[in-house]
Design a protein around this ligand. Structure first.
Ligand code: NI
Length: 389
């Protein structure tokens, strides 16, 4: 990577970041369980000589570089949690914990933020810098608890990045306005009546009702929602029954709804209710739906997005910036910070030339580690520019 990234991130810092990333990758911890991860972060921050606060929102860690009484206060955030996924990468530093994996690159986010700390520690920028290591992004809403703990008091702007294999290494994507969706979980419990598998007429088969419901629910987005509005209804889990010769008494469907518009969200809920209730009664079963509100949309503020854009141009050149022409329907709890202070969420390309596309949350997810350099350099350059404006 021959550009300003290499000037900003010396080789020895890069190697240290890679080591940290790999150490964390081997011991993935899920939401609010990130004790070992937090301890490693704390140790590195102490070695760098920063003022630290630990145990925020259970396992959150914050570091401060207070250089100025008058200057701006800029925050940077990394998420720390892993996922309950069994790793299949075969990497030499693959997960040592069966069933758990850093499949979303949060191990990289930690290394990026520590890299930025190390680099910014060497400079005496006329600013106060806050480095946020946050637990529980994957559904835990850790950001919400961090915000409630008051960590944004006095913060003028906040920035975060996410490693993203949709883009090539050396590419960065950002835009002002909404960049992620409103997320919502749902659970549908189907109550049938158990019985002997040889005498189905004496029972109400919850598995057959669930199967029929899964298919019927596919028509919510395809037939009932304005096709020009982004919307997703996905069922991610189905469970029911206990053994091969008994008819299932109950079945449970779990899934998620993604929208960017409150009206569409309401229509989806209503349609799902209709379909679930009618499908159940058609088969003499009962259905109960529970919706659980999730993350709000991440909405990048125009000024901070422009500033981040300038930083990208400075370190990677004009051609690096990819305008994402669509909104991702992923969820991201960085939204909670942006409800309080302006800021920008930036996607950093990780895909290496000649490698296949493997999405986040795949058991084979990995990223080009040069992306760590890009992330750290970007944070440093954002701080530089912020101090000049
Ligand atoms: Ni993620």
């Amino acid at each position: 990577m021959a550009n300003k990234v290499d000037d900003l991130v010396p080789e020895e810092i890069f190697h240290w970041m890679v080591e940290i990333r790999r150490a964390i990758h081997q011991y993935p911890e899920t939401a609010f369980q990130e004790h070992r991860t937090a301890a490693l972060i704390t140790k590195e921050l102490q070695a760098l000589g920063l003022e630290i606060q630990t145990g925020i929102a259970q396992t959150g860690v914050i570091a401060y570089l207070n250089n100025s009484n008058a200057g701006p206060t800029i925050a940077f955030r990394a998420d720390m949690d892993a996922l309950p996924i069994t790793e299949e990468t075969g990497l030499p530093f693959a997960s040592q914990k069966p069933g758990f994996m850093h499949a979303c690159g949060h191990d990289g986010h930690i290394a990026i933020l520590l890299g930025a700390v190390a680099l910014l520690k060497k400079e005496l920028l006329p600013a106060n810098l806050v480095f946020i290591f946050q637990p529980g992004e994957e559904g835990g809403g850790g950001a919400k608890y961090m915000v409630e703990a008051g960590i944004l008091d006095g913060v003028d702007a906040i920035f975060a990045c996410h490693l993203d294999p949709h883009f090539w290494l050396g590419e960065v994507s950002l835009r002002p306005g909404p960049v992620t969706a409103f997320t919502e979980r749902f659970t549908i419990e189907i109550k049938g009546r158990g019985g002997h598998a040889a005498r189905p007429h004496e029972a109400v088969d919850a598995i057959v009702v669930a199967s029929s419901m899964v298919l019927a629910l596919q028509t919510v987005v395809s037939r009932q929602i304005d096709p020009t509005m982004p919307a997703v209804v996905s069922i991610g889990r189905i469970e029911g029954g206990t053994t091969f010769n008994a008819i299932a008494d109950t079945a449970v469907l779990k899934g998620t709804i993604r929208t960017t518009d409150p009206r569409v969200r309401k229509e989806i809920r209503a349609a799902m209710n209709r379909i679930a209730q009618r499908t159940a009664s058609m088969h003499k079963a009962k259905a109960e739906l529970v919706f659980e509100g999730g993350y709000p949309a991440v909405i990048n503020s125009p000024k901070e997005t422009m500033l981040a854009n300038r930083a990208i141009r400075n370190i990677l050149g004009d051609q690096a910036r990819v305008k994402r022409p669509y909104i991702s329907l992923g969820g991201e709890d960085f939204a909670y910070y942006l409800q309080k202070v302006p800021g920008c969420f930036i996607r950093i390309g990780t895909r290496e030339k000649g490698t296949p596309f493997i999405p986040n949350h795949s058991p084979r997810f990995d990223f080009g580690e040069d992306a760590l350099k890009v992330g750290a350099a970007l944070f440093v350059e954002i701080a530089h520019i912020y101090c000049k404006t």
